[in-house]
Design a protein around this ligand. Structure first.
Ligand code: NZQ
Ligand code: ZN
Length: 380
């Protein structure tokens, strides 16, 4: 087993009716004024917003609100958040929403101390500090609530890139699975697909890390069961809770211990798709690309791919395992081909070119432009 560093300082409050604790938590941390960051308004339709502001009021915390964080959040919107924090003397950011809101909150937090936030994404500026970020999670998918990553889209340059820094770990995340029963089915399914994909980015590098491989299998199987149950009953609290915690475990470092940092080729390809087609949800791009990547990569770690087919799908061959994976995604209403996403075949070379703009990528095998074209052809 390889050496690794595990560090995760995020405090998590998990469970029903935990959101009203946010005011006291901020107060105990000495925070007086926050930026409340939110998306398109879902938190107003399910009482989350009301519970948050009641709690802030009770604790005497002042706040300013910035709405309109988009799925696939943008650099431009994050810049307006940085301005608000600077002008309003706001000492922390409270992200109320999903991965998009949390990622933008982390970006604002880091950008507050930088001349130009995008330079951190390009790697030409280092993140040495960040405002404290607190999160109220409303959709389980990305694990942004418990990791040190943030993804933003620079629309002008068609780049959807990530930052990674220990400074942007949230201080505290509140996960109340019950508030996720207001999710439209498509978003619940997307959350499951994204979290399964995170696990798989590590899992296929597996050789002798039995504990991380087994954790990965438990996470994937739990998510499949939970999403199936939620399809039958979207108010099933235990299914929500298991899905929520499994999604967090998928990318908080636990399932990735000793797994060489993960492969991340599929995420990289997906980010290139979303950069051209912002209307494609992150998970939908992953649902399309991952099965194709698995088939393309088989020869690079046969034992582990076979183990995946057998242990997750009870299948006797990788082809059979992958078709069961696709059937499962289809049964959840997820797209499984570029055609399902309405992406024309002649876009494939452009997406591939864009994906290697910073060089070849992937750990199991370094992928170049032609590899990406081949994978996307399988995915077409
Ligand atoms: O904007 P609102 O109105 O809140 O609606 C959201 C949004 O439309 C809605 N929603 C969220 N909670 C809800 C709800 N609707 C009803 N009831 C609720 N309880 O769901 C929609 C999707 O939300 P979003 O935050 O975009 O989803 P997700 O959590 O999947 O985040 C996706 C973003 O995270 C990035 C993705 O690339 C994408 O930009 N990722 C971040 C990662 C990280 N930080 O570690 C890793 C991931 O691989 C990923 O790249
Ligand atoms: Zn993801």
């Amino acid at each position: 087993m390889e050496n690794f560093t595990f560090y995760n300082p995020v405090r998590v409050l998990f469970g029903e009716a935990t959101i009203p604790q946010i005011g006291r938590e901020l107060k105990n941390a000495g925070i007086k004024r926050v930026l409340l960051l939110a998306g398109g308004g879902s938190i107003k339709s399910n009482d989350v917003y009301e519970n948050v502001v009641k709690s802030l009021r009770r604790a005497g915390i002042e706040w300013e609100e910035l709405w309109g964080v988009r799925p696939n959040p943008t650099l431009e919107h994050a810049r307006s958040g940085i301005e608000m924090c600077r002008e309003g003397n706001l000492g922390a950011i409270l992200a109320v929403g999903g991965g998009s809101v949390i990622d933008e909150a982390k970006s604002i937090a880091a950008g507050y101390y930088l001349d130009d936030l995008w330079q951190a994404f390009e790697g030409s500026a280092k993140i040495n500090n960040a405002l404290p970020v607190y999160t109220i999670l409303t959709i389980s998918a990305t694990c942004s609530e418990m990791n040190m990553f943030a993804v933003l889209s620079n629309e002008d340059e068609k780049k959807k890139w990530a930052i990674r820094s220990e400074h942007i770990f949230p201080k505290l995340s509140i996960i109340d699975p019950a508030v996720q029963s207001s999710l439209p089915w498509r978003q619940t399914a997307n959350g499951g697909v994204d979290a399964i994909s995170h696990t798989m980015e590590y899992y296929f590098l597996g050789t002798n890390q039995e504990i991380s491989i087994s954790v990965g299998e438990a996470v994937i199987s739990t998510i499949i069961k939970a999403v199936d149950r939620l399809k039958a009953d979207s108010n099933d609290y235990n299914a929500r809770a298991n899905l929520a915690w499994a999604s967090t475990l998928a990318l908080n470092g636990v399932a990735g211990a000793a797994m060489r940092g993960g492969d991340w080729a599929v995420h990289n390809i997906e980010h290139s798709i979303s950069a051209f087609f912002p209307e494609v949800a992150h998970a939908e791009g992953l649902a399309v690309v991952f099965p194709a990547w698995i088939l393309y990569m088989y020869d690079n770690n046969k034992n582990q791919f076979d183990r995946f087919a057998k242990n997750i799908w009870g299948a006797g061959s990788l082809e059979d395992g992958v078709s069961k994976l696709k059937e499962k995604y289809k049964s959840w209403g997820a797209p499984v081909s570029l055609r399902d996403l309405n992406i024309a075949r002649d876009m494939i070379p452009e997406i591939a070119r864009n994906s290697v703009i910073r060089g070849n990528f992937g750990i199991l095998k370094k992928l170049g432009e032609q590899d990406v074209i081949n994978i996307l052809e399988v995915a077409y």
